[in-house]
Design a binder for this molecule. Structure first.
Ligand code: AMP
Ligand code: MG
Length: 311
């Protein structure tokens, strides 16, 4: 079982941008400082996820959650009924939300949870920053419910594995969104839908069919810039902004990574797309990104952002 000294060391590692596996009551999480884009990028790299899906930011109490997003009275009611516990709430990001845009996969919403496992709570308090923590398993493998499961696959990728025994709940958190279309159940999990409806006093819709992911991580309502994207572009054409990869170029101020580092590129991706979009340019030409490591996830997001819009 993790000692206070282990937890302190893990908090330090998180603040330095390293990855830490820790127990929650649902499953073990692969944690990173949510405010550090490169640390978040390393989570996707360690899991070998071929796609960026939004991650849940974990905080030690509701007050810390309310600083990250805009909670409606109904969202607050669920927070006070189920936190700490296995419910994640998706709300609009606060204007000054410090969580990396990569953790939100470029969306203007954020998923937040207060876990109840004592080791998780102590770690979050000691870290003093929101911590993203998807399940600590390689992509495609089952979620870990003991420290030994985590060590088997991810030992070399994390600075610390905190041991907190068996996860009591053993399935992921229930995810409920409170966005413009009203409350929706995005994922079944540790708290049954009926219990959530009891607190709200009315039934909630499941995610609308058109927006339902085909597989985990395949949210159809993904981030897309207003500008049209042209991929694998060696140079911009007339009227296009250019997003490079590698040393700064003659076509403007934007490169995903001047040194050609895919971790830095992943961390910058959504921020730079937002920044270029804000100039009001109609088209963005994007340099070729090597299709290896995190490059696969970057190319996946770019391809979706470039795909024809369904309005
Ligand atoms: P995990 O962190 O692996 O437990 O899974 C996080 C899940 O939360 C994802 O599969 C998403 O469905 C959901 N999620 C997280 N953030 C958002 C968001 N901003 N909008 C919609 N769904 C989200
Ligand atoms: Mg998982």
């Amino acid at each position: 079982m993790a000692s206070p000294t282990d937890i302190e060391a893990a908090a330090r590692a998180l603040r330095e941008g390293q990855l830490v596996a820790f127990p929650t009551e649902t499953v073990y999480g692969l944690g990173a400082d949510a405010t550090n884009g490169e640390a978040v990028a390393r989570v996707y790299a360690a899991k070998g996820r071929p796609s960026f899906n939004p991650l849940i930011a974990h905080v030690p109490d509701a007050e810390a959650a309310f600083a990250l997003g805009a909670f409606s009275p109904e969202a607050k009611a669920l927070a006070s009924a189920f936190w700490p516990g296995p419910v994640s709430l998706v709300v609009p990001r606060a204007a000054d939300c410090p969580v990396s845009l990569l953790a939100s996969a470029g969306l203007d919403s954020i998923a937040i949870r207060v876990p109840s496992h004592p080791v998780a709570l102590e770690l979050l308090k000691a870290t003093g920053r929101p911590v993203v923590a998807p399940s600590a398993n390689p992509s495609g493998k089952i979620s870990p419910t003991t420290a030994e499961h985590v060590r088997r696959h991810l030992k070399d990728k994390v600075a610390v594995v905190l041991d907190g025994g068996h996860c009591k709940v053993g399935v992921e958190s229930t995810v409920v969104s409170f966005l413009a279309d009203g409350p929706r159940l995005l994922r079944h999990g540790g708290v049954p839908k009926a219990e959530i409806e009891k607190v709200l006093g009315h039934a909630i819709a499941a995610q609308s069919h058109s927006a339902r992911p085909h597989a985990p991580g395949q949210l159809l309502s993904h981030y897309a810039p207003h500008a049209e994207l042209r991929l694998n572009a060696q140079a911009p054409r007339e009227g296009e902004a250019y997003l490079g990869f590698g040393p700064l170029h003659a076509y403007g101020p934007w490169t995903l990574s001047a040194t050609g580092d895919l971790v830095e590129a992943a961390a910058s991706l959504f921020r730079l797309l937002h920044e270029i979009d804000a100039t009001g340019v109609a088209r963005i030409a994007v340099a070729p990104i090597p299709h290896q490591g995190l490059g696969e996830a970057i190319n996946d997001r770019l391809m979706r952002a470039a795909a024809p819009r369904t309005a």
